[in-house]
Unconditional design. Structure first.
Length: 343
């Protein structure tokens, strides 16, 4: 367990490092009191929410929490959660060992063998970077929209190409489907949908890490779809039907992970993100209604994922039409309704 204490020099934090360059693979292993070590510039809201829920005592980033390129929101989530943030040089990442005990005091990170300078990101520093990011944001938005339209035009033929239909053991024909994506506020929205889930008993689809969100809320996914890079071993082995999202050239890296556990999986070849693939699969399997949680819909959502456009997502949403019910932000809506009723 990490120790956090206040002395005359400032905050002193002691704990063991949990390291991971790829935050997707790091997040499932974070536990209360750990010090997370990552290398993630422009930390996104979804990742920050997962880190905050884990209860870490501090986050060390071998990069910048917010570079000023665009108003990334992850650092503010950690700030509001009271989790100290420290930045180090990218070259210093490899000096740490996973599980190593460290002590953070002021501008230095102490180990038994060396000292590393660090910079604490406080409210003033975050505000400065955020304001700076707003200067270039209009140009970035313009380029994002341009890229989205260009790629949508390039990909539109794919949407109407006849593909090989999957024969799922889980029938979606005429059913209601709840697709859970690991996106901003996804667990809050999923919890708020509990009455709907209990009443309608929809088919549950976990999109990569969305499968773990379902398990965390007490549900077992019927289907897990994605490239399997952020789904936990526990979720993969929960008994759900597995569909690996493959690139259009046929490559399906997720098959390596399923094969590791001797799990059978089908391959779904589809352009775009695993989120796009999940929604399109439900549509093509004849789902009557598709309720989506944690979707990425806005420019900041996609920039936070490192994507410069959303052409495929535009096409998929056009195709689904009114079959798609987007429940992103549903928890905030219900909270405001309840608050208004209590006034």
């Amino acid at each position: 367990m990490a120790v956090v204490a206040e002395d005359t020099a400032g905050i002193v934090i002691k704990g063991r490092i949990k390291a991971g360059r790829r935050t997707k693979t790091l997040l499932p292993f974070l536990k209360q009191g750990m010090i997370a070590l990552l290398q993630h510039s422009n930390l996104d809201v979804t990742t920050a929410e997962t880190i905050a829920r884990a209860g870490v005592s501090a986050v060390i980033n071998a990069g910048k929490f917010i570079t000023g390129d665009f108003p990334a929101g992850g650092a503010n989530v950690l700030l509001q959660a009271g989790i100290p943030m420290y930045e180090i040089s990218p070259q210093q990442y490899d000096r740490f060992d996973d599980g190593q005990e460290v002590c953070i005091t002021g501008p230095m990170i102490h180990t038994d063998d060396f000292l590393i300078p660090c910079r604490k990101l406080d409210e003033d520093g975050l505000r400065e970077a955020y304001v700076r990011s707003l200067n270039d944001y209009p140009d970035l938005c313009y380029q994002f929209v341009t890229n989205s339209l260009i790629f949508a035009d390039m990909d539109k033929e794919w949407l109407f190409e006849p593909g090989k239909p999957l024969r799922l053991r889980t029938s979606l024909q005429g059913k209601e489907v709840l697709a859970v994506i690991r996106g901003p506020h996804h667990e809050d929205d999923l919890e708020a949908l509990e009455p709907y889930i209990a009443a309608s008993r929809p088919i549950l689809i976990g999109v990569d890490g969305g499968a773990d969100a379902l398990l965390h809320c007490g549900y077992t996914p019927n289907i897990i779809i994605g490239d399997m890079d952020s789904v936990s071993d526990r979720a993969l082995c929960c008994g759900a039907e597995i569909v690996v999202h493959a690139y259009t050239d046929g490559r399906a890296p997720g098959l390596q992970k399923t094969a590791l556990y001797g799990l059978s999986a089908q391959v779904w070849k589809c352009r775009g993100t695993s989120e796009d693939a999940a929604l399109l699969l439900a549509y093509e399997q004849g789902a009557d209604k598709i309720v989506a949680v944690g979707t990425h819909t806005g420019i900041l959502d996609f920039l936070g994922k490192g994507r410069k456009g959303m052409g495929s997502s535009l096409l998929v949403r056009m195709m689904l039409g009114d079959k798609l019910i987007d429940a992103k932000g549903y928890s905030r809506l219900t909270r405001s309704i309840i608050a208004g009723a209590l006034q």
